[in-house]
Design a protein around this ligand. Structure first.
Ligand code: AMP
Length: 367
């Protein structure tokens, strides 16, 4: 039988790590990306083209068995056009909900998954309504094209809310009540053929300025895990979902609130490469090809640290015992995700002790 071929829209680090997971399984991966030197290019061929270039997408679709994506800004109309030509997983209709924060929040509500209180914002009158309904502080988020804290403004009063809305170019937005959370958690699930479903353990995530800095997994809480799994299952069953799906939560004293979902492999799951029986990347490939899903059990406790803005000295990192170093091959730029490091240890306390010097070293360069 010929080797399966997968087309990945976007050749960022997520696509690159998918293609790396594909290698041992003899799966052929190729990409569509705007840049020839994107991270995936070291692992598979890149078709250079805009993500909304229907011809480029059709050309890629013509060469592969399944099409998937590592980026969420793929225009749905273009994706739906090729969906008649080749299988597209995860399904474009799930991606459509994830691209619009309002649709996403409404979907959570419809499925009985609690979220922070929110008010849609289309004009300045809605800002007054938001202030009355939500109180202060408020987080204003663009409905579309916001990620890693971009496209968001915090407001403590009416003046800063109006100012923030103008800074966001008066784009359609949602105003959200500020959540005083204890911690942030995420759950990654994978949906395969014939309704098969598996979940990784909960991960605890630390963000700075809206961007993920580190993840520690598993976060061991049986009740929270069961609740989060039940919610993810509802979401995945709604769409007969195929592939990896991630939901991010705020853990508050009243329980979990869903913040957002991503119909793709996720930064908070990078620890699964070394820290789980099967990585999220391999399981995504297995799921979209209709192959049996791999075990999602952890191999111990794992800590993952993002390398942001500038890479640390490689030799110093590699000299630290048991540190796994991932360099995505990207040019440095403040806040840009250039790589990550992971440590795995059977014992959580020992893991945290080993993690501290790595954090100190990375703090010298992260920017
Ligand atoms: P998001 O783009 O919605 O994932 O937001 C990025 C990060 O900003 C989250 O992971 C939180 O750390 C923070 N954040 C977003 N929304 C809220 C909120 N309503 N209350 C408190 N923190 C928030």
């Amino acid at each position: 039988m010929a080797n399966p071929r997968i087309g990945i829209i976007g050749a960022g680090q997520l696509g690159r790590m998918m293609a790396l997971a594909a290698y041992p399984l003899c799966i052929d991966c190729r990409f569509l990306d705007t840049a020839q030197n994107a991270p995936g290019g070291q692992v598979g061929p890149i078709h250079v083209g805009a993500l909304d270039d229907a011809d480029a997408l059709r050309a890629l679709a013509g060469e592969v068995d399944v099409l998937t994506f590592d980026i969420e800004n793929v225009p749905i109309e273009v994706l739906e056009q090729v969906a008649g030509q080749v299988s597209v997983y995860p399904q474009p209709k799930v991606l459509a909900a994830a691209q619009d924060r309002l649709a996403e929040k409404r979907l959570f509500r419809e499925l009985g998954i609690p979220t922070a209180a929110f008010v849609p914002v289309d004009d300045e009158h809605d800002l007054d309504r938001a202030a009355q309904t939500l109180g202060w502080p408020i987080v204003l988020k663009r409905r579309r094209l916001g990620y890693d804290g971009r496209g968001q403004r915090m407001a403590d009063d009416s003046a800063s809310l109006v100012h923030g809305w103008r800074e966001l170019d008066r784009a359609p937005a949602i105003a959200e009540r500020w959540v005083n959370f204890e911690r942030e958690l995420s759950l990654i699930g994978v949906g395969g053929a014939e309704g098969s479903l598996r979940f990784y353990p909960l991960s605890e995530n630390v963000h700075a300025d809206g961007q993920l800095v580190c993840t520690i997994a598993p976060y061991e809480d049986e009740d929270l895990t069961l609740t989060a799994e039940r919610w993810l299952e509802k979401l995945m069953r709604r769409y007969d979902y195929r592939g990896v799906l991630t939901v991010e939560f705020f853990h508050t004293d009243a329980g979990l609130l869903a913040n957002e979902f991503a119909p793709r492999v996720h930064n908070s799951g990078h620890w699964t490469i070394e820290g789980a029986q099967t990585s999220q990347f391999e399981n995504h490939l297995r799921a979209i090809l209709g192959w049996p899903l791999g075990e999602t059990a952890p191999r111990g406790h794992a800590a993952m640290l993002n390398l942001l803005g500038e890479l640390p000295d490689r030799a110093r990192v590699l000299a630290m015992r048991g540190v796994h170093f991932h360099d995505y091959g990207k040019q440095p730029r403040p806040k840009r995700k250039l790589g990550h490091c992971t440590i795995v240890d059977p014992d959580r306390d020992r893991l945290l002790k080993r993690f501290a010097p790595l954090q100190a070293l990375i703090a010298e360069t992260n920017c």
